[in-house]
Design a protein around this ligand. Structure first.
Ligand SMILES: Cc1cc2nc3c(=O)[nH]c(=O)nc-3n(C[C@H](O)[C@H](O)[C@H](O)COP(=O)(O)O)c2cc1C
Length: 207
């Protein structure tokens, strides 16, 4: 197996959200794609370790937004590296609610979809949900973010729960134990805050 072969695939970056009995949940994914057009169906693959997976399973509905290239690392850090089980991820951002009662973030969102789960495939570590699109809307015409742009320009990392996760190795510096961000420096400043997930110096380990 040549692991680098998987780096040749291209993806976008999205937020998937869902709501069950008033509990809102959401996470960043790169695995959203359109699988049919009539009816319009989307697929998304979510780790069983993600709270959002459980909420989608219970509610049978999910919302999706397409992130724009200028999406902030605060937004990606909140939705991509923390768990909705512990915090309200939506409170720091502008949101709307779709007709299924699911919140979605309108900041840095190029388009949004509301889906009803019509099928799911248990993939062991992950579940692939197939959702029929009930609503779709363009929110702005800014350039959308690709997964490659996220890595190469935003210097973003991917947590273990993402299907495309790979171990990143670095020789020197400090690694964030929450999101894997690597600070290439001899010393880490006392007030340093991870630019991706927002944790402090105490969560960094020396390489
Ligand atoms: C760029 C990026 C892509 C990701 N892609 C996926 C994905 O496709 N599927 C998945 O399960 N998790 C993915 N993740 C990880 C989840 O967003 C992350 O585990 C999140 O904290 C789960 O939140 P929750 O527990 O509130 O659901 C990705 C994260 C990032 C930053």
């Amino acid at each position: 197996m040549d692991e680098k072969a998987f780096f040749k695939m291209s993806y976008g970056v999205y937020i998937i959200s869902s709501c069950n009995e008033g509990k809102q949940s959401g996470c960043v994914v790169n695995t959203l794609s359109q699988v049919t057009s009539k009816p319009a169906n989307l697929s998304v693959t979510i780790s069983k370790n993600n709270y959002t997976e459980k909420i989608i399973e219970k509610s049978g509905y999910f919302a999706a937004t397409v992130l724009t290239q200028n999406a902030s690392m605060e937004l990606i850090g909140e939705f991509g590296f923390k768990s909705s089980k512990d915090i309200d991820k939506f409170s720091r951002f502008n949101t709307k609610v779709d007709s299924n009662g699911i919140k979605y973030v309108t900041d840095f969102a190029a388009a949004r979809y509301s889906c009803k789960v019509i099928n799911s495939v248990d993939l062991g570590t992950h579940v692939m949900f197939i959702g029929e699109v009930l609503e779709s809307e363009v929110l702005n015409n800014d350039e959308v973010m690709t997964y490659s742009y996220y890595h190469s320009v935003k210097k973003g990392t991917t947590p273990k729960n993402a299907p495309s996760y790979t171990e990143k190795t670095a020789q020197k510096g400090y690694r964030c134990t929450v999101c894997g961000y690597i600070l290439e420096a001899d010393e880490i400043p006392e007030d340093f805050v991870c630019p991706i997930c927002g944790v402090g110096k105490d969560k960094f380990e020396k390489l």
